[in-house]
Design a protein around this ligand. Structure first.
Ligand code: HE3
Length: 563
């Protein structure tokens, strides 16, 4: 067959081809990703290989779950998705807990997982799993790339979903043959998450009217109120219209020192706090960025017949105990700024308010006097309070210790104290400390866990040593999963399945090249902490803790029951 004159090869340049893996890496670079965290394997090694030639730092972790926690920490601290990169099968399923935690707690994360070649995708073959389906219930977005052409679109949409309000996790499965294939080198330019405007002005005007009419209004700040712009808008609103405020554990640090007279305390877990009393007495509750996963509505709104005003970026989930009179859905900061303009110096004082701060301080003061061993939790809180200045990021694991800290330690910067109050996931603290060191290099970082939770992610201490992270990790040691133990005792009068054996934390730390200190006298904790904060590299402090008062945390209590 003779070629027709017009079928000559085109003079136009063919687009340059690169491997699918290289294209993935270029997309990550275009998204501004600086680190990826994970464990490699045969189905994803092409992407690991491509990372060698990029400016992105590959951080090999000891477990994919921890990679997801580090990525979540980065997402929570920066608002930009942290990224983890794992292999097929178990490598991918190991992300599930991290993803559930991130999505529940509004932290953006993107996970990239290897997938078997498309040709054997439906066969019972080594490490083959329907990962996109697995992630659908714990992620905002979950898809496998089905053709070379779809790489860019899938990644762009995954980042978008992860970073748009309410942020959460997004998963993208990358079949190994797609990563091998030659694809055009074009990168789909990232599109910034959609910026909403304020909620409808009629709703804002009506909410301001209800607020002005209310005699005992209370603001309940939730986790997304701690988004930096939202926090600034809330501060401005409170300066213009001083109103009583309570916060969830996730929303710590929104109030400045000057706004403390409005602070009514924190809620979370048990309905027995001064902040619960304030909420009980309120005739209107204005919630901002609140998600019931932080503190169930049944715990604070059951049986109440009062107006709820809900300000958020997404519509609330209606519940029998949560039916807002008004929902203001839009950009939280913009909605609040607009509302502040309409409040005309509204001010509501509440006699119960001023005493909360004094009570917190008084309880810490009492605790500071505790000299016995093991150390009283309030002594540790008081000693921590002395070093937790505004340039310290505090990463908390889950356990009884977090209740003491969340109730009695004061911080003044949003997202300064990270807590997993959505899923209450053990093992987050140390990975979050790694994240904080990477993205807040100017901060001092302290992470804290119980002796149970610590070993959910303790192998990552080696990663921290490798990365030369400067943080102090404190292990509150009591030999039990106490947060479950004391609640079982409250419920059943005895406990089951909560004891474990000892591990020498100091030698454990030293075996990985970290420093370790064991506290033997209560008065040694504060100087050891201060010294540890001056040292380079991760430092572990093991402190035996006296949990004999913990049941009081779950009971209706008088402050003196704590000491
Ligand atoms: C009560 C929570 O659910 C808690 N978190 C968990 N997270 C995971 C991933 N799996 C199981 C649980 C159940 N939980 C347990 C057992 C907790 C106790 C934590 O014990 P420690 O020793 O870390 O701290 P402390 O002794 O201070 O409670 S939290």
């Amino acid at each position: 067959m003779t070629a027709k004159p017009n079928s000559q090869p085109s003079k136009r340049e063919k687009p340059v081809s690169i491997s699918g893996a290289k294209l993935v890496v270029r997309h990550l670079e275009a998204q501004g990703v600086r680190h990826v965290f994970g464990v490699p394997g045969a189905k994803i090694d092409r992407v690991y290989d491509a990372l060698i030639d990029s400016r992105i730092q590959t951080v090999v972790c000891r477990h994919e779950q921890n990679a997801a926690f580090i990525a979540q920490g980065i997402g929570r601290l920066t608002g930009k998705a942290g990224v983890c990169l794992v292999t097929s099968g178990p490598g991918t399923t190991n992300l599930v807990t991290g993803f559930a935690t991130a999505t529940s707690e509004g932290s953006p994360v993107v996970g990239l997982g290897g997938v078997v070649p498309r040709a054997v995708r439906l066969k019972q073959t080594h490490q083959s799993l329907d990962t996109a389906t697995i992630f659908r219930s714990v992620a905002k977005y979950s898809a496998e790339v089905e053709s070379e052409e779809a790489i860019g679109e899938t990644l762009a949409n995954a980042f978008r979903a992860a970073e748009s309000f309410r942020p959460g996790a997004a998963f993208v499965g990358l079949p190994s043959d797609v990563m091998q294939a030659a694809v055009p080198a074009a990168v789909l330019t990232p599109v910034a998450p959609v910026r909403l405007g304020p909620g409808p002005s009629e709703a804002i005007v009506e909410a301001a009217r209800l607020l002005a009419k209310a005699k005992r209004p209370v603001l309940l700040l939730g986790m997304l109120a701690s988004e930096p712009r939202a926090a600034l808008a809330i501060r401005a609103l409170l300066q213009a219209a001083p109103l009583p405020v309570v916060t969830t554990f996730q929303a710590t640090g929104i109030l400045t020192h000057e706004l403390l007279p409005l602070f009514g305390g924190r809620v979370g877990l048990f309905h027995n706090q001064p902040a619960d009393q304030l909420l009980d007495a309120a005739d209107l509750v204005l919630t901002i960025g609140y998600d019931p996963i932080e503190y169930d509505q049944d715990a604070w709104n059951k049986g109440h017949n009062r107006n709820i005003v809900h300000i958020d970026a997404v519509p609330c989930e209606i519940a029998a105990t949560y039916k807002p009179a008004i929902e203001i859905i839009g950009d939280i900061a913009d909605s609040i700024s607009l509302m502040a303009a309409g409040l005309h110096s509204l001010s509501r004082t509440n006699p119960a308010i001023g005493s909360v701060i004094d009570e917190m301080a008084m309880i810490r003061k009492q605790g500071a006097k505790a000299i016995g061993m093991p150390v009283h939790p309030l002594r540790l809180v008081a000693d921590l309070q002395a070093v937790v200045a505004d340039d310290v990021t505090l990463c908390l694991d889950m356990g009884s210790f977090h209740i003491w800290i969340a109730r009695y330690l004061q911080v003044f910067r949003p997202r300064q104290m990270l807590i997993s109050n959505g899923q209450q996931t053990l093992g987050v603290a140390l990975p979050w400390a790694i994240a904080a060191c990477l993205v807040r290099p100017g901060d001092k970082v302290i992470s804290i866990s119980g002796d149970g939770g610590f070993h959910f992610s303790s192998a990552e201490l080696e990663t921290a040593v490798r990365l030369k992270c400067n943080f102090v990790h404190i292990v509150w040691r009591d030999g039990f999963y106490d947060m479950v133990r004391f609640q079982e005792e409250l419920k059943y009068g005895r406990s089951s399945g909560v004891a474990f054996g000892p591990i020498d934390t100091v030698r454990f730390a030293e075996s990985m090249g970290a420093r370790g200190f064991a506290i033997e006298r209560a008065e040694d904790f504060a100087p050891t902490l201060r010294k540890a904060m001056e040292l380079s590299g991760p430092v572990l402090i093991d402190v035996p803790v006296d949990y004999s008062h913990n049941k009081a945390l779950g009971q209706q209590l008088l402050p003196q029951a704590l000491i």
